[in-house]
Write a protein that binds this ligand. Structure first.
Ligand SMILES: CCCCC/C=C\C/C=C\C/C=C\CCC(=O)SCCNC(=O)CCNC(=O)[C@H](O)C(C)(C)COP(=O)(O)OP(=O)(O)OC[C@H]1O[C@@H](n2cnc3c(N)ncnc32)[C@H](O)[C@@H]1OP(=O)(O)O
Ligand SMILES: Cc1cc2nc3c(=O)[nH]c(=O)nc-3n(C[C@H](O)[C@H](O)[C@H](O)COP(=O)(O)OP(=O)(O)OC[C@H]3O[C@@H](n4cnc5c(N)ncnc54)[C@H](O)[C@@H]3O)c2cc1C
Length: 643
């Protein structure tokens, strides 16, 4: 099962080696992190990142090994956006000449970059960004300026204190004419003494959600006062500005400028499976350790993992972790396929790539954020301790529902794609993830044929149910939209229904990819059977949770919905014997989990008790301040009997 989760034996071996390298290095200790003040915390992160970089250089780690090393260091740092966005943006939007100049500097960390797109006043609405880049033909330069307070760059990770350069997204103005938002490489700080360059105001935006957590990252604020950069620092793969001041839009879609966001959104789907699997590993192991009630004749109390309510909350999350892992594997393939096509100027699948990356990023991050919180609750009171690993995991994870695109805004992008597909059904055969809409007539006519709970253990029945739900919801939206004279007005009015139809479409993709995964060769005795059970748990859990959709579109009867729930209960009993093996398959070290509740050895209570005394508050029997502020209250002579 470990190989199935890792993807291959080679990846399992490589990731295991990196996990152990980090776990055995005291520099990467994590438990004290929540106790540190902001400046100490940030300095500690710089120290860890420097040590990580030294390991990469000294051990000559490959790009893949370095990626796993940074994952297992498990600390948001400026390097995330340097490697995760600044470099990919230059790779995707730079000319060959620009790549030749800037990539070696960035890859050798001679410069540190960030991705400065979001502003104080705009994040979702990229076309609304206010920072300007005005071409000066006399000087052959762009003048980068922050004309308003709201144009201040705000949020970019690594911007506040670490980055020397930024990829700045700004309104391109040539000869007084606006030509859309483009990316510009701007140096922010001296490479000598790291002080901000003239015209640059830069700093950190302040504390974020939760102690420790994401406060290891210097999300920054940045303003420009007429900063000049050479013309060749505008990324010019998509569009160019000539020395003479002529704007040239090459024949590639302007949306390629958004390409880095598409790339990161697809990485975020696999990130979701990793984050959710960590929380599920902790909650599953602890649910096996924790006993509460149920003792008979003085015997042991019942393991909480054996309660049906615990299983009905925990096992769908376990199934979701595997579902997101496999759909993330497919999405990576889709992204690489689109990237190759783009290199051949084939833009035919760009809309599908945008819709899939946007929709699956939204779906998986929402489910993962909710899932980590559910895992905290599954661990009862101890789940609320920082030493459970869950509060920090939650605090670091939840911005994923916002960064790289607010999840609702992204679902609205999927909705545009779906509505367009439905509107073209009469004359254009849908392909790819919307191919099922080509069978809309059948999907609108045929209702569910399930007669017994067993009938739900049929991939065909599952896929047809999810296809029918998604198709019927999309067609219903299309019909509603047709009633509006102004399509944009209709879209705005029906936005919530459209978002629900987008969720249905995306859940169909996840379920279908899970089923497709099971049609591949999966090594290991009993592994495929265990994954089949999880696939049905995932699908039937969603069907149960969203049964209102399936009933409202008339595909399911209440009886068939009840049969699905009966089957779900049976499936939970089948997951139970393998639950620990399934989470052990994630192959996480105790260091990476950072959780006393999720310890591999299950030695929870002694370690919880031990950890309590390490808290600084227990440095003395009587806490500092007690005698000064409490003792007087205890000693005061109360004259009024009422008090
Ligand atoms: C070890 C390595 C670690 C790696 C980890 C690193 C990072 C990951 C971890 C952490 C991340 C940390 C920080 C995150 C960084 C950020 O948050 S960066 C900023 C992210 N910001 C956004 O995502 C902004 C979201 N908004 C948008 O994308 C756009 O504004 C919009 C909502 C899509 C609207 O676009 P707009 O052009 O204004 O209008 P419209 O909706 O009309 O679209 C026009 C047509 O263009 C199509 N389209 C839109 N986007 C794309 C795209 N990305 N690709 C392809 N096509 C796109 C759209 O579908 C429309 O097409 P039509 O056919 O005309 O309908
Ligand atoms: C931890 C973190 C790290 C980040 N790192 C970076 C970075 O490195 N670089 C960078 O450039 N940015 C970064 N960001 C910014 C991030 O990309 C934006 O916050 C994100 O794109 C959301 O945009 P917003 O903040 O403008 O949200 P808004 O769009 O203002 O969202 C507010 C509300 O309005 C709703 N809304 C907005 N538009 C619509 C609409 N058309 N229809 C319906 N509802 C709508 C949203 O759904 C949401 O509920 C980061 C953010 C965070 C939290």
């Amino acid at each position: 099962m470990k190989v199935a989760w890792a993807g291959s034996r080679e990846t399992l071996e490589l990731s295991d080696r990196m996990a152990k390298l980090v776990a055995n290095d005291p520099v990467f200790e994590k438990f004290t992190r929540p106790m540190l003040g902001r400046k100490e915390l940030f300095k500690n992160t710089l120290r860890k990142a420097a040590h990580g970089w030294k390991l990469i250089v000294d051990l000559r780690l490959t790009e893949e090994e370095a990626k796993w090393l940074r994952l297992y260091i498990d600390e948001p740092a400026y390097t995330d956006l340097h490697w995760g966005m600044f470099i990919p943006a230059i790779e995707g939007q730079g000319t060959e000449e620009q790549k030749k100049k800037w990539l070696p500097l960035a890859q050798k960390m001679k410069i540190i970059g960030c991705y400065a797109q979001t502003e104080l006043g705009h994040g979702s609405n990229v076309q609304g960004l206010e920072t300007t880049a005005t071409f000066d033909p006399q000087a052959d330069e762009f003048v980068i300026h922050s004309p308003t307070l709201t144009s201040s760059k705000w949020w970019p990770g690594g911007l506040g204190k670490a980055s020397t350069h930024a990829l700045v997204y700004a309104r391109l103005i040539v000869g007084g004419e606006f030509h859309g938002v483009h990316g510009f490489i701007v140096q922010l700080r001296s490479l000598e003494d790291h002080s901000p360059l003239p015209g640059i105001t830069v700093g950190d935006i302040g504390l974020k959600f939760g102690n420790g957590a994401y406060n290891t990252m210097d999300n920054g604020v940045l303003r420009f006062d007429h900063v000049r950069i050479p013309r060749n620092q505008m990324l010019m793969r998509v569009s160019q500005v000539t020395k003479e001041g002529k704007y040239m839009q090459s024949d590639v879609p302007r949306q390629l400028i958004y390409g880095t966001m598409v790339y990161v959104r697809q990485t975020i789907v696999v990130d979701a499976s990793k984050a959710l699997s960590r929380a599920v590993c902790i909650a599953t192991r602890y649910s096996a350790v924790r006993r509460q009630f149920g003792s008979r004749n003085g015997g042991p109390e019942t393991q909480v993992i054996d309660y049906k309510t615990q299983q009905s909350r925990l096992f769908p999350l376990l199934a979701s972790a595997y579902a997101f892992r496999f759909v993330g594997e497919w999405l990576k393939w889709l992204y690489m396929d689109v990237k190759q096509r783009l290199e051949a100027n084939d833009f035919s699948t760009l809309p599908e790539a945008h819709a899939c990356t946007a929709g699956l990023k939204s779906l998986t991050t929402t489910a993962t954020a909710d899932g980590i919180e559910e895992c905290r609750k599954l661990c009862g009171g101890h789940g609320y301790l920082v030493s459970s690993g869950l509060p920090e995991l939650f605090a670091v994870y939840i911005p994923a529902c916002t960064y790289e695109g607010d999840n609702v805004v992204l679902l609205l992008q999927v909705a545009r794609f779906i509505v367009k597909t439905v509107s073209e059904l009469g004359y254009k055969q849908p392909v790819g993830t919307t191919a099922y809409m080509g069978r809309v007539a059948t999907l609108m006519q045929n209702n569910c044929a399930v007669r017994t709970a067993e009938d739900w253990l049929n991939p065909g029945a599952i896929v047809e149910a999810f296809e029918a739900r998604a198709a019927r919801m999309a067609v219903a939206c299309g019909r509603q939209l047709a009633k509006f004279e102004n399509p944009e007005e209709g879209f705005a009015e029906l936005a919530s229904d459209l978002v629900e139809a987008s969720v249905a479409h995306c859940q169909l993709i996840v379920v279908s990819k899970f089923i497709e995964k099971l049609q591949q060769d999966i090594p290991g005795k009993g592994v495929k059977q265990s994954l089949e059970i999880l696939c049905y748990v995932y699908a039937l859990f969603l069907l149960h949770k969203h049964q209102g959709d399936f009933l409202a579109v008339g595909y399911l009867t209440p009886k068939q919905a009840l049969l699905a729930n009966d089957q779900l209960r049976t499936l939970y009993s089948k997951v139970r014997p393998n639950a620990i093996a399934l989470v052990d398959s994630f192959n996480y070290t105790d260091h990476y989990l950072g959780s006393i509740l999720g310890r591999y050895d299950g030695n929870v209570y002694p370690k919880l008790y031990e950890a309590a005394w390490e808290d600084p508050l227990n440095d003395s029997d009587v806490a500092d301040g007690f005698h000064q502020y409490v003792q007087p209250i205890l000693k005061q002579k109360l004259h009024s009997a009422k008090l």
